[in-house]
Design a protein around this ligand. Structure first.
Ligand code: CO8
Length: 252
């Protein structure tokens, strides 16, 4: 059985972690398949949005596979860290928006995958958490860096230091996700949001995402310079001219 399923319809590329009997825990094979799926999906002609979700009704992903993790030596664990980091980086740097469609537990590495996506849509049954300290380690696929940027200083410390699970309503309040929907309509709502994004100018979206990512990676002055450069580039395209013309036409 393939550990990751993908399908593309109308420019939406769905990537489903498919190991429901283990709550979609990410062992090496699953993670490698996921990295491949994100790389190929984001490079595929006509793909406008990536949607990442988990199979089954219980979990988005319950984290790295703890049984596999337990038997690693230092080199093995470093290789798994690198693979997880590569996967999150692929999600974060994809030219299309990536939406995490969180259908249940998003714990440890599962939560870290969601944090690497541009938008997070969650079911009312979702639970987020970074319980790694309870396993004697720390979040290792970007959680110590990306969580604070999403939810702020104190909440990031609360999650990482206590390892507590954050239920869906609190996750929404904290900004771990942008919206909550009933579990039964999660995929439909995610597709609706994705179609809204897919109808936009992909060049403008890609540039906007680059600028937004730069906000946490570059000093302010450099980020502002990049914003100007991207704006000027976008401004010179026929797509921009046509979009502005459409706006003006409506008012004539
Ligand atoms: N790894 C491996 N197997 C898992 C995992 C996991 N993370 N989570 C669940 N499973 C398996 C269980 O072992 C069980 O399998 P089996 O039936 O064969 O025994 C099956 O999934 C169902 O799980 P439960 O019976 O435990 O289901 P419950 O509903 O009772 O509990 C929980 C659900 C609360 C989600 C529980 O399964 C749990 O606590 N899971 C572990 C969550 C966790 O600690 N995640 C963090 C892992 S560490 C991590 O992600 C670090 C990432 C960065 C570094 C990675 C380097 C390798």
């Amino acid at each position: 059985m393939e550990p990751v399923h993908t399908w593309t319809e109308d420019g939406l590329c769905w990537i489903e972690i498919h190991r429901p009997e283990k709550l979609n825990a990410l062992d090496r094979a699953t993670l490698a398949a996921l990295a491949r799926a994100v790389r190929e999906g984001s490079a595929r002609e006509g793909v406008r949005v990536l949607l990442l979700t988990g199979a089954g009704e219980q979990a988005f992903a319950a984290g790295a596979d703890i049984a596999e993790m337990a038997v690693q030596d230092a080199a093995g664990i470093r290789a798994l860290m690198d693979l997880g980091k590569e996967t999150t980086r692929l999600l974060e740097s994809a030219p299309q928006p990536a939406i995490a469609v969180v259908n249940g537990y998003a714990l440890g590495g599962g939560c870290e995958l969601a944090l690497a996506c541009d938008l997070v849509l969650a079911s009312d049954r979702a639970q987020f958490g970074l319980p790694e300290v309870d396993l004697g380690v720390l979040p290792g696929w970007g959680g110590t860096q990306r969580l604070e940027r999403r939810v702020g200083y104190g909440r990031a410390r609360q999650m990482v230091l206590t390892g507590r699970r954050i239920p869906a309503p609190l996750a929404l309040e904290w900004g771990l996700c942008e919206a909550l929907v009933p579990a039964e309509s999660l995929r439909d709502e995610a597709a609706k949001l994705a179609r809204e994004l897919a109808a936009k100018d992909p060049g403008a979206l890609a540039a906007a995402m680059r600028a937004l990512h730069a906000a946490s990676a570059l000093p302010l002055e450099e980020g502002l310079r990049l914003e100007t450069e991207l704006f000027v580039e976008l401004f010179q395209r026929p797509e921009r001219e046509a979009a502005v013309e459409r706006f003006l036409q409506k008012r004539r």
